[in-house]
Design a protein around this ligand. Structure first.
Ligand code: IPE
Ligand code: IPE
Ligand code: MG
Ligand code: MG
Length: 331
């Protein structure tokens, strides 16, 4: 699907929860007005520059799947987006990224120290929101998710420059750093709507599988996207020596000469300007993008299966639409 089509698809999905999303945006705006101007400037820079809002959309739609008609899900959705935003602020420092959502990253504009500190502030706002809701169960889900995400980022750091990590290890890392929040976002939507334990677990499983697929596609897009569509730099993972699925597969299928290329560039980080192009050529030569797509599709199928117990509804259709978007997206 071309980028314009995927944008239309996401727009349609967002339309279904438009009212709830604008209420959530109000909560976010209110809580980013710290005493210090820099907090507002920096968080607003990132929040106002868009973002797909996928995780809070999941919380809202999972609540609606049960016909939930209250308003507690708004604060939980805001908490989920705060955790996501804080993670991005920290992640861009760690990854030394300079472009996010089509704009210079906060670390590029205000420096690493400001990004880390404001990230901490946003994380605390998420927890204040949850405590105010008085749901120990939701607090448990999101605080555990936060810990797992941080652990995932550290696991990834420890695996940097390591071309011998296995596919299983790779999946463990992306489950922790990315899929866990998708899982938690869906699960608390169900919890807030008083879903039964098997229903909550089904939605957790749905989110987990979707999140894994989402990160696999993200890792493929890091080598294949158009910068204008993605709003992030291409080749960042390569530059950092972050070994992701496209590289793992290309490396595994490489001849000796090609293996030497990957070792020089990703293990030793001895890179020349033309190396990224060669990396992309090798990934294509060894059909690693298609491998990633197939893997992502199989997780999307698992996510779809997790929904099978729920009766047909508009909310269920939107959740299926998100699964399609995750595979077809170009940004
Ligand atoms: C970026 O997530 C981090 C990953 C897990 C790849 P998104 O692609 O959902 O980021 P935004 O919020 O839309 O910018
Ligand atoms: C996802 O990993 C980051 C987190 C979820 C913490 P990436 O590092 O690939 O995300 P981008 O590409 O910077 O958005
Ligand atoms: Mg990153
Ligand atoms: Mg990425």
């Amino acid at each position: 699907m071309n980028p314009i089509q995927t944008k239309i698809t996401l727009h349609k999905l967002k339309n279904f929860v438009k009212e709830d999303l604008s209420q959530m945006d109000l909560v976010i705006a209110r809580l980013t007005h710290g005493k210090e101007q820099l907090i507002f400037k920096l968080s607003n820079h990132l929040i106002a520059s868009g973002g797909k809002r996928l995780r809070p959309i999941l919380t809202i739609i999972c609540a609606k799947l049960f016909g939930y008609a209250g308003n507690k899900h708004i604060d939980f959705a805001a908490a989920v987006e705060f955790i996501h935003t804080a993670t991005l602020l920290h992640d861009d420092v760690v990854d030394e990224s300079s472009l996010r959502r089509g704009k210079p990253t906060a670390n590029h504009q205000w420096g690493n120290k400001a990004s880390i500190l404001v990230g901490d502030f946003l994380l605390s706002q998420a927890f204040k929101l949850m405590v105010a809701q008085n749901s120990l169960e939701a607090l448990d889900i999101l605080s555990s998710a936060s810990a797992v995400i941080a652990e995932g980022e550290v696991m990834q750091l420890a695996a940097t420059n390591n071309l011998t990590i296995t596919e299983i290890q790779y999946i463990e890392i992306i489950k922790a750093k990315t899929a866990e929040l998708f899982a938690a976002a869906c699960q608390i939507g169900a919890v807030v709507a008083n879903g039964s334990e098997p229903e909550n677990q089904a939605l957790r499983h749905f989110g987990m599988s979707l999140g894994i697929a989402f990160q696999i596609i993200d890792d493929a897009l890091d080598y294949s996207a158009n910068i204008m569509d993605l709003g992030k730099d291409i080749g960042n993972d390569f530059k950092e020596g972050k070994v992701t699925l496209p590289v793992l597969i290309a490396y595994r299928r490489s001849n000796e000469l090609e293996k030497a290329f990957w070792l020089r560039t990703m293990k030793l980080l001895d890179q020349k300007p033309e190396d990224l192009e060669q990396a992309i050529d090798l990934i294509k030569k060894h059909d690693a993008f298609n491998y990633c797509l197939d893997q992502a599709k199989s997780y999307i199928n698992q996510a779809s299966a997790a929904l099978s117990g729920f009766p047909p509804s508009e909310a269920k259709l939107i959740l299926s639409g998100i699964l399609d978007f995750a595979i077809e997206r170009s940004y």
